[in-house]
Design a protein around this ligand. Sequence first.
Ligand SMILES: C[S@@+](CC[C@H](N)C(=O)[O-])C[C@H]1O[C@@H](n2cnc3c(N)ncnc32)[C@H](O)[C@@H]1O
Length: 401
Amino acid sequence: MFSAPSLDFLLSPAGEAVLAWLRTQDLSDAQTLPLLAQLRRDLPPDLAGAALTLARLRQRASGKFSQAEAMFFTPDALEQASSEVVATWRARRFAEGGYARIADLGCGIGGDTLALAAIPGATVIGLDRDPLRLRLARANLHVYGRFAHFVCADLRDSLPLADVPAAFFDPARRDEGRRIFSVHDYVPPLDIIRGWPFAALAVKLSPGVSLDELRPYLATGAGLEFVSAGGELKEAILWSGELGFAGRRASRADTGESLPPTGAPPPPLSAPRAWLLEPDPAVIRAGLLGELAERLGVPLYRLDETIAYLTADVPVPSGWVRAWPVLDWLPFNVGRLRQALRTRGIRRATIKKRGSPLTPTEALRLLKLDGESDDTVIVLTQVEGQHSALICGRMLCMMKE
Ligand SMILES: C[S@@+](CC[C@H](N)C(=O)[O-])C[C@H]1O[C@@H](n2cnc3c(N)ncnc32)[C@H](O)[C@@H]1O
């Protein structure tokens, strides 16, 4: 992406001065030509282009990194980088393990190296085969005032990491922009960990990873953690060796809360009650509805064996669930549902669905609604095996536990 000379420039004081000026400008696409024209007064075209690209990447990275405005990225490396909030959450587990040396394997531009290097007393070694990314990683650690050792090596060769007890491995799950689904196709493939000697190892996986593919690892003591942040499912982590555990865990990286497996039975089934609850996506993916009911400490019920919606008599003030008051519900029938909406004077609604064949757009059209509104939420789902519709009010404002 960046040539060596353009990277030399971007990392130099002269480059930083240009980037500081770009921070004060409107960087929208419409401004590309005027900005490049201005930059080219003092710079050759390749350096002008590189500076504008990096300035825009810094803006794009602000959702992932608190100091993005001073960091270094390429488009692909930013796309693949772990966000600070999730990397920090993961690093906490390594900190609890008290490891003196931790390797970050496939460290890219250092999203995880940064978080691991913040662990007091830990020496961190970032390894990647891409020398350009390693340069960016070193510069990014500098931005945060942190330090790590960096090694340029190929993970498929024998690892130059004698006496390193703990490692984090983040294989690429995209190849030339194409998303990779199977762990066998990750770059490098997950199987590579079988020959590694670490006492503790964590591997970042995509949140939609096939549990079947992970069976051989889970059968030998590895645990699987699903992590959300801001109500969105971000990733799965395979924890093995000393950091392994039995079963699956759900965590919210942004609040630092975790729901471990306890073997609690799933909540009983019930028709919709006064409140509809949607668990955090990490809880749903980890299949921990019983553990969630235990944690929230109020009777919860499932609407259906196969669907993760819950229902309760009382609203549950918790960051683990989103809640809507149920105004009415009925087995799905377009005519009856339209009638029920008309009776309530509802002309606009948001459609949510789980286990319904209709898309929200199709449902809005079939129900002849004028458009969307958060005041009413129509939930198309299964209730004890029957396609049903729940008419709900506005979502309860989420409250933290
Ligand atoms: C998903 S990215 C890592 C992102 C990183 N954790 C971050 O937060 O910035 C995967 C990295 O693995 C590196 N990689 C892929 N195959 C490798 C191999 N065989 N040996 C060493 N590094 C490799 C890629 O260069 C890439 O930087």
